[in-house]
Design a binder for this molecule. Structure first.
Ligand code: PMP
Length: 358
């Protein structure tokens, strides 16, 4: 069993599948946006039409993420990787240690490890959770150390490469804001922004195209940036200028607005329920496979075979990240239940064929 004849099922990790209805609307509007005679790709970022787009995008994001009024929404570029640097540049000054500022990092997988390494350029960083490789689980946040002098506590709510999601927001010490990299699970489930100082993520997984970064910042945390901070990474410069200090990713903002309209129509809770059903379907299959499917993955020959046969059935994007290998299925919001069922059926069939030949 596979995708319908000639169709592709996209399990890419990011850039990833965008809802069909969004792609169709973007296609319809591409050449002539709202009767202007020009494309959204061709108009000024300071014209009235684009002003409506960026304001609409922010309004929808505030609505769908329940963003409290004392937070700013900033549209940036540079990806989540840019934020790995922007966060320490903007917040280091909040550390009670003025000479050697410090920050706490929960390192739970490849992305928070990268964030940690980038932050080392700007302040003293501490891995607070005694991480052990390979990253397959997270130890109880109650056992993590915390530093009262830390400028902030950084964690990643979903480790895309390792498949580790933090369901609870870790506790922090009074006066130490929490910063979350939510790149790969933003709006895939209800999430409490108000427990955080900063929430950031790229949009290329659940929210549209690559090249746009969403940064939600508590207003109190704006205006403390280090003097060397590039203007495009300064929360205060970008916020004061409503994210158009320079030319923003206009098309990315437009597309994210369309995705947010789609999310609103479905509802975050309904998406969450569907995502739970999808992931349970795959994880139950892994757990009941008697070790045939394992975490982390480990049989090169079978993995190659799995990927080749999947491709022949129209399923793409199942290869694990190049740093860890194995197989990975990204089941973002736009991936349907039916598409996940096709994958699950294929996994069952593959296991039946190859179980004895491992
Ligand atoms: N953090 C997480 C959790 C990610 O999944 C990714 C990208 N896969 C990044 C950070 C880096 O994002 P970008 O490529 O947009 O810089």
């Amino acid at each position: 069993m596979g995708a319908k004849q000639g169709e592709t099922i996209n399990f890419n990790a990011g850039p990833a599948k965008i809802p069909e209805a969004v792609m169709e609307k973007a296609q319809r509007e591409l050449i002539n946006y709202a009767g202007t005679g020009v494309s959204i790709l061709e108009m000024s970022h300071r014209c009235a039409e684009f002003d409506n787009v960026i304001k609409g995008c922010e309004r929808l994001l505030r609505e769908e993420m329940n963003i409290p009024g004392d937070y700013d929404v900033i549209f940036m570029q540079g990806g989540a990787t840019g934020q790995f640097a922007a966060v320490p540049m903007n917040l280091a000054a909040l550390s009670r240690k003025k000479v050697q500022p410090c920050a706490d990092y929960a390192v739970t997988g490849s992305w928070s490890e990268k964030a940690f390494k980038e932050a080392e350029k700007y302040l003293n960083v501490v891995k607070i959770n005694s991480p052990v490789k390979p990253y397959v689980s997270v130890n109880d946040p109650a056992t993590w150390t915390r530093d009262t002098d830390a400028a902030y506590l950084h964690y990643c709510s979903n480790e895309t490469i390792n498949g580790i999601e933090m369901r609870e927001v870790p506790e922090t010490l009074p006066g130490v804001p929490i910063v979350a990299d939510v790149s790969s699970n933003i709006l895939s489930r209800p999430f409490d922004v108000s427990k955080h100082g900063i929430v950031y993520g790229g949009t290329q997984k659940n929210l549209g195209a690559a090249g746009l970064t969403i940064v939600v910042v508590q207003k109190d945390l704006i205006g403390h940036e280090n003097k060397m901070t590039p203007s495009v990474f300064s929360y205060s410069t970008m916020s004061k200028n409503n994210s158009i200090y320079n030319t923003p990713n206009c098309f990315g903002i437009y597309l994210t607005k369309l995705v947010l309209e789609w999310i609103k129509e479905t509802g975050v809770n309904a998406l969450f329920d569907r995502n739970e059903t999808k992931s349970t379907m795959i994880y139950d299959l892994i757990d009941s496979s008697d070790g045939f499917y394992s975490r982390p993955a480990g049989n090169d020959v079978l993995e190659k075979k799995f990927l080749i046969c999947a491709l022949a059935r129209g399923m793409i994007g199942l290869k694990g990240h190049r740093s860890v290998g194995g197989i990975r299925a990204s089941l973002y919001n736009a991936v349907t239940l039916e598409e996940t069922e096709v994958l699950a059926d294929y996994m069952k069939e593959f296991m039946a064929d190859y179980y004895d030949r491992q």
